[in-house]
Ligand binder design. Structure first.
Ligand SMILES: *Cc1c(COP(=O)(O)O)cnc(C)c1O
Length: 382
C-alpha cells in the first residue's frame, strides 16, 4: 500500500500527495496512471463486480479518489464533475421537511442550493454564525445535518470544529465539512469525527485553474455508498482528462500550499499596516478574531485574505481595476493570484461588506505581488 514505508510508518501528507494513486511497480510499466477513454467495458452474461459502464466507475477516477482519500484519512473518495455536484450528493441524505444548519457566510452557491431545496422540498435552512459555537449548538436541536465551512468563504470565520462535530452528533445530526479553503494539509475533519468531507477540486487540489471538479470523501460505508449511488443516478460524472489533470496538479499540493500560505501571511501583515487599508481579515494575523482557534486547530492559516480599502465600494472596484499582476477573477486556489469584490455578485450574503475584496494568493514572488497591490492601493487613495 502506498500510504506507509517499509517499517509501517505512515507517510507525511507531502509524500502521500506524490506517491499515492500510482500504478503497481512493474518492470516496464508506466509511472503515471493512464487516461482511459472508453464509455463501456467488455461484458457478457450476468455482470459481476467488474467495470461495466463509465458512468458507474472508471480506472481514471480511481487513482485520484485514492490519493485525495489518503490525504483526508478517508477510506473512500467519490469524484464528481464539479464541487457543486459533490455538494449536492453530500446533501442527498436530507429529506423533505428536514432542518439543515449552515454558516450564514459560506460558498454562495451552496447556500443557493439549500434555498432551492427549501423552496422545492420544504427543507428548513438555519443560517448561523459558525464562529459562534453556542449559536450553532442552539440551532442543532432536531436538525438532520450540520454543514460547516472553516475558514468560511469569504469572511474567513474559523469554526470550533471538534466542539461542533461533537455537539452535532449528540443532537443526532450528520456533519459534512467543505474543506476547500483549509485543504487536507490544513485540517482533516474526518479525524475529528465528521461524517463526510467535500472539496471543490477546482481550487487547491487541482491548483492550476484549468479544471472544474469535486470530490466527496468519507469512512462510513453506507454514507459513501449513497453518495456513489447518487453520482450514478444523477450522472454528474467527471471526464477522464480532467481527473488526470487534477491528479497531476495534486502532486505539487504541499509545495503550492506552503508557498502561498507563507506569502499570504506576509501580505496580510503588510496590508494591515498600509495607509490605504481600513480592515484586513486573515486568520494568521494575531489580531484576527479567528486567530486563536486557527492556531490551535489548523496547520497553517490558508492563503485567502479579506481586505477593505479606505473609500468603500468605489475604492474597492478601483483597486481591482488598478492591479496589473493580480488577476481580476472569481475562484481561488490556483497558482496565480486573483482578487475580486465579492458583493459584485447580487447573490452574495448581504452581511458580507460591500467593499470586501477577497484575495487568493498564488505562488508568484511575494515582492512582485506586494508592489502591485501597494501601487493599486496608493493610486486609489490619492
Ligand atoms: C468553489 C467552491 C465550491 C464550488 O465548487 P465548484 O467546483 O466551483 O463547483 C464549493 N465550496 C467552496 C468553499 C468553494 O470555494
Amino acid at each position: 500500500m502506498a500510504g506507509h514505508d517499509t517499517a509501517g510508518a505512515p507517510f507525511s501528507p507531502d509524500t502521500l500527495a506524490v506517491v499515492s494513486g500510482r500504478p503497481a511497480r512493474v518492470q516496464g510499466g508506466p509511472v503515471n496512471a493512464p487516461v482511459v477513454l472508453t464509455s463501456t467495458y467488455v461484458s457478457q452474461g450476468v455482470p459481476g463486480p467488474e467495470k461495466l459502464y463509465a458512468r458507474a466507475g472508471t480506472e481514471t477516477w480511481e487513482p485520484f479518489e485514492e490519493a485525495v482519500a489518503g490525504l483526508e484519512h478517508a477510506a473512500h473518495g467519490v469524484v464528481f464533475s464539479s464541487g457543486m455536484a459533490a455538494i449536492a450528493a453530500a446533501l442527498s441524505s436530507v429529506r423533505p421537511g428536514d432542518a439543515v444548519v449552515v454558516p450564514r457566510h459560506a460558498y454562495q452557491v451552496t447556500l443557493g442550493l439549500l434555498d432551492d431545496m427549501a423552496a422545492r422540498y420544504g427543507v428548513e435552512v438555519r443560517r448561523v454564525d459558525v464562529a459562534d459555537t453556542d449559536a450553532v449548538v442552539a440551532a442543532l436541536s432536531g436538525a438532520r445535518l450540520l454543514w460547516v465551512e472553516s475558514p468560511t468563504n469569504p469572511m474567513l470565520e474559523v469554526a470550533d470544529l471538534p466542539a461542533l462535530i461533537a455537539a452535532a452528533h449528540e443532537a443526532g445530526a450528520l456533519v459534512v465539512v467543505d474543506n476547500t479553503f483549509a485543504t487536507p494539509l490544513g485540517q482533516r475533519p474526518l479525524d475529528l469525527g465528521a461524517d463526510l468531507v467535500v472539496h471543490s477540486v477546482t481550487k487547491y487540489l487541482a491548483g492550476h485553474s484549468d479544471v472544474v471538479l469535486g470530490i466527496v470523501v468519507g469512512n462510513d460505508e453506507s454514507l459513501v455508498a449513497a453518495v456513489r449511488a447518487y453520482r450514478t443516478l444523477h450522472g454528474a460524472i467527471a471526464g477522464p482528462f480532467e481527473v488526470w489533470l487534477a491528479l497531476r496538479g495534486l502532486r505539487t499540493l504541499a509545495l503550492r500550499v506552503r508557498q502561498s500560505q507563507a506569502t499570504a501571511l506576509e501580505l496580510a501583515r503588510r496590508l494591515a499596516a498600509h495607509p490605504g487599508v481600513a480592515e484586513v481579515r486573515h486568520p494568521g494575523l494575531p489580531t484576527d478574531p479567528g486567530h486563536e482557534r486557527a492556531a490551535r486547530l489548523m496547520d497553517g492559516f490558508g492563503s485567502i485574505i479579506g481586505v477593505r480599502p479606505h473609500g468603500g465600494l468605489a475604492a474597492a472596484d478601483a483597486v481591482v481595476a488598478a492591479v496589473r499582476l493580480w488577476v481580476p477573477a472569481t475562484s481561488l486556489g490556483g497558482v496565480e493570484s486573483t482578487l475580486e469584490r465579492r458583493r459584485r455578485f447580487t447573490t452574495e450574503s448581504l452581511t458580507v461588506p460591500e467593499d470586501l475584496l477577497r484575495l487568493s494568493v498564488g505562488i508568484e514572488d511575494v515582492e512582485d505581488l506586494w508592489r502591485d497591490l501597494d501601487q493599486a492601493l496608493r493610486a486609489v487613495s490619492r
